[in-house]
Each structure stands twice: as structure tokens, then as C-alpha cells.
Design a protein around this ligand. Structure first.
Ligand code: NDP
Length: 449
């Protein structure tokens, strides 16, 4: 049997790679993990974590306004300091980056701070030109923001740069209408910018329940966000005064201070040498894998966003855990992709689990939908005219709850618990049998008639 430098060589220390490396090392494997940038990956360094902290920071704009209705004297010239928020967020990112690094080191995995590329089924080449051999290679290199190729696209930024802005822009145009676009639209708007969301189609947040995303669109427009639909970029021009002029099909040009692309993310496989090992990619450049995350090269596996299935951190973590448990822990585990809850941290947030109403109508013989359209108590006192909407989608024959979809304050927190019930296959009658916890918003879930 050949003698390898490592049992496992992981390329990429993001959520999936870190979990796989740590668990494999804990099972006794000799593990190295190469990372060309910072340990933690997209989620920790330039994704979920800093984004959620910005969302918290932005939400104070509404909270401070609402606080007056609850008796607090909030001065009208209440100032906001972007640099302070930005620097505190980046400091927290540094702390978690350090924690991830310690976790890997404590587990006994060697961290190699260099880019690594594949140079054979069992070999990687490091940035310094040296090679390492490994019995198994795990590709966990994630994805990067895709930027449409229009003249002047270099004047725009992506979410990667949004966390490092020197100053808050007064006018922002965000391209795309998915997760990142809606989350950052909320942040910039709350922090005082005029936001234009521009999308190539008429739809926002494709994949979420239609009524829920319509409600987000309606609330966002009510708050003053501007939407430009069926628009494609014709060009971005930098004006003499530093502003950006964005020309687009079907609409007047927009003059803004910042353009941000949030038009999807593509796997980081370019230049990774995967062809040298016969690893097949799909048309998006994603590594094709089987149910065990094995690529078309038997010694090379892939987890997380680089496989372009469900681009969510908890999925990458589960895939990394299952991979390591199966190969090094003797466990026969696989990831179950059914009923994965998700949320968009927009203002207000939306969240969902299971089938949307239209998916259920396509897949099931009969469907029953229950909904509650209400103004949360807190919004009523605050004089805030924003209604929450909860929907429960049930199999009409079995009464089983097959989907829950929500928009309103704190719904990501609520859906996590509700997802347990959906995953467990509970029926509407079982929801109804649970006594409401009053007064909460979540009680609506057991009061749907
Ligand atoms: P999304 O896939 O959510 O949205 C992409 C948007 O860009 C859509 O509106 C899409 O339009 C549009 N678009 C796609 N390609 C082009 C193109 N070539 N030109 C113009 N517009 C285009 O991607 P995001 O970038 O927002 O986020 C990437 C992924 O990261 C998400 O899918 C999600 O999995 C993950 N993520 C998760 C978060 C969370 O869990 N809260 C937060 C942020 C990201 P159309 O709909 O018409 O195709």
C-alpha cells in the first residue's frame, strides 16, 4: 500500500472543510487543511456572521423610532457611526476566525496557510511549488460572487467588499433580488440610504412561497425601496463627480454612489487542477458528487458550496461531518436534504421550511392551506403598519404539515422550532393539540383555522 503524507488533505477551511478536518482528526486520521485566505470561510469571514451583525445594527433604526411609542425619549438627531459598527463587526470576525483556527489545531489537524491545487488523484501542489500526497482529498473551496459582464462592471462591488466600506453610500443600486440583495437592501435602507433593487426578472426570492415574497415586496416598497424589474445592465459609467451612472434596459439610467452585485455565487473550481484527477464538473463549474459526496475520481470528495446544491452553511457542515464520520468513524451517515429550513434576514425577515403552496399543489393530490395575516402587537403600539403572514401547507389527505412559510418579526427564530415538527411529520391536528403560548407571535401556528 502506498505511503501517503496524510490520510486526508482538505482544500478550504470554511464551514464544510473545517468540520470535516476536525472530525476526521478526532477519529484518528492524519489531516492537513490548506487555506489561502482566512480560516472560517464565507460564513464567518464575509457572509452569515458579519451580515447578521449588520442586520442587528441596522434594525436599531426601526427600534429607536418605535421606542418613542413605548415611552422612551429618543432624540431626533440620534447619530449613527458606520465605522464603529463596521470595526466592531470585523473585530468579532477576527475573534471567530481565531476560534476556528484553535479548534482545528486542538483537534490535531495541520493548517497550511497556502493555496493548494489538485495535481493528481492523491496529490496536491501548494503555492510554494511543493507537493503533498494524501490517500483522500476533500474539496471544500466554496463559491464566489458572480458578476455579470457588462461594460463598467469593475466599478461595482460584491458582498465581499460591503463589509469594509469606508463610508455609507447615500444611494445604492443592488443587482439581483435573491438572498444577498434583499438582506443588504434592508441594511442599507435602514442605515439611511436610498436603495434601488434591480433584477432581470419580475420575481424576488425565487423558491420562496409566492404570497410571502409578495408581502416582502409590498412592505419594502412601502418603506421606500425602489424596484426595477425586467432590467439588464447596459453599462456602468463613473462620472466626473465620482457618482456611478447605471444604464439598464427598459428603465431610465440610475445615478448612485454604490453598485453592488448580488447575482448568485459560482463554485471556486477555476484553476484548481481538478481535471488532472479526472474530477468532472457540471456546467456551472460545480464538482459532481454522489450521495456520499464522492466525485468522479474515487479518492476525491467535495462538500459545501463547491457542489452547488443547497448553498447553506449548515448543509456544508453536515456534509463535512457525514463525510468524516463515514470515512474515519465507521458510521454510515448521509445528509438528508428534505425539509431544510431557511431564512432571509431582510427587514422584516422571511423564513420557510418544506413545500411551498405551489410545490405542494404540483406534488400532492390534495392540499389544504391555512394562514394567519396579522399585525404583531408590537407593531400596533409602535404605529407600524406592517403585517405578518404565516402559512401552513398540509397534505389534504393525511393532514400532515408539509410546509410552513412566514414573514414577520423574528420568524427565523420561530421556523427553527417549527421545522422540527415538519421534519417529524406532524399533522395539523397535532399542532392544534398544542396549547398556545400567549401572547406571542408564534402562537398563531397552533391557532390556524
Ligand atoms: P440568489 O440565487 O439568492 O439570487 C440571485 C439573484 O440574482 C436572483 O434574483 C437572480 O435572478 C439574479 N441573477 C442571477 N444571475 C444573474 C445574471 N447573470 N444577471 C443578472 N441577474 C442575475 O443569490 P445570492 O447571490 O443572493 O446568494 C447566493 C446564495 O448564497 C443563495 O442562493 C443562498 O443559498 C446563499 N445565501 C444564504 C443566505 C441565508 O441563508 N440567509 C444569505 C445569503 C446568501 P432570477 O431570480 O431572475 O434568476
Amino acid at each position: 500500500m502506498p505511503d501517503y503524507d496524510y490520510d486526508l488533505f482538505v482544500i478550504g477551511a470554511g464551514s464544510g472543510g473545517t468540520r470535516a478536518a476536525r472530525v476526521a482528526a478526532a477519529h484518528g486520521a492524519k489531516v492537513a487543511v490548506a487555506e489561502e485566505y482566512r480560516v472560517g470561510g464565507t460564513c464567518v469571514i464575509r457572509g452569515c456572521v458579519p451580515k447578521k451583525l449588520l442586520v442587528y445594527g441596522a434594525h436599531f433604526a426601526e427600534d429607536l423610532r418605535d421606542a418613542r411609542h413605548f415611552g422612551w425619549d429618543v432624540p431626533s438627531d440620534c447619530a449613527f457611526d458606520w465605522q464603529r459598527l463596521r470595526d466592531n463587526v470585523l473585530r468579532e470576525v477576527d475573534r471567530i476566525n481565531g476560534a476556528y483556527t484553535h479548534t482545528l489545531e486542538n483537534a490535531g489537524a495541520e493548517i497550511i496557510h497556502q493555496r493548494a491545487t489538485v495535481s493528481g488523484p492523491n496529490e496536491v501542489t501548494l503555492g510554494d511549488g511543493t507537493t503533498r500526497s494524501a490517500k483522500t482529498i476533500l474539496i471544500a473551496v466554496g463559491a464566489h460572487p458572480a458578476v455579470p459582464s457588462c461594460p463598467g462592471h469593475e466599478h461595482g462591488i460584491t458582498s465581499n467588499e460591503a463589509f469594509h466600506l469606508d463610508a455609507l453610500p447615500k444611494r445604492v443600486l443592488i443587482a439581483g433580488a435573491g438572498y444577498i440583495a434583499n438582506e443588504f437592501a434592508g441594511v442599507f435602507h435602514q442605515l439611511g440610504a436610498h436603495v434601488i433593487l434591480m433584477n432581470r426578472t419580475k420575481e424576488i426570492l425565487r423558491g420562496y412561497d409566492l404570497q410571502i415574497r409578495d408581502r416582502l415586496l409590498q412592505i419594502s416598497m412601502m418603506k421606500g425601496l425602489e424596484f426595477r424589474f425586467d432590467a439588464t445592465f447596459e453599462g456602468i459609467e463613473k462620472m466626473d463627480d465620482g457618482c456611478l451612472k447605471v444604464s439598464m434596459s427598459g428603465h431610465e439610467p440610475a445615478i448612485v454612489d454604490l453598485v453592488m452585485f448580488a447575482t448568485g455565487r459560482r463554485p471556486n473550481t477555476a484553476g484548481l487542477g481538478l481535471e488532472s484527477a479526472g474530477v468532472e464538473l457540471d456546467e456551472q463549474g460545480a464538482v459532481k458528487v454522489d450521495d456520499d459526496n464522492r466525485s468522479t475520481c474515487p479518492s476525491i470528495f467535495a462538500v459545501g458550496d463547491v457542489t452547488n446544491r443547497i448553498q447553506l452553511t449548515p448543509i456544508a457542515i453536515r456534509e463535512g461531518q457525514a463525510f468524516a464520520d463515514r470515512l474515519y468513524g465507521g458510521k454510515d451517515t448521509r445528509v438528508d436534504y428534505d425539509n431544510v429550513p431557511s431564512a432571509v434576514f431582510s427587514h422584516p425577515p422571511i423564513a420557510g421550511v418544506g413545500l411551498t403552496e405551489s410545490q405542494a399543489r404540483q406534488q400532492l393530490g390534495s392540499v389544504k392551506v391555512y394562514s394567519s395575516d396579522f399585525r404583531p402587537m408590537k407593531n400596533v403600539l409602535a404605529g407600524r403598519d406592517e403585517r405578518a403572514l404565516y402559512k401552513m401547507v398540509c397534505d389534504g389527505e393525511t393532514d400532515r404539515v408539509v410546509g410552513i412559510h412566514m414573514i414577520g418579526p423574528d420568524v427565523p427564530e420561530i421556523i427553527q422550532a417549527a421545522a422540527v415538527a415538519v421534519k417529524a411529520g406532524l399533522t395539523k391536528a397535532q399542532f392544534d393539540a398544542t396549547v398556545a403560548l400567549h401572547p406571542t407571535m408564534a402562537e398563531e401556528l397552533v391557532l390556524l383555522r
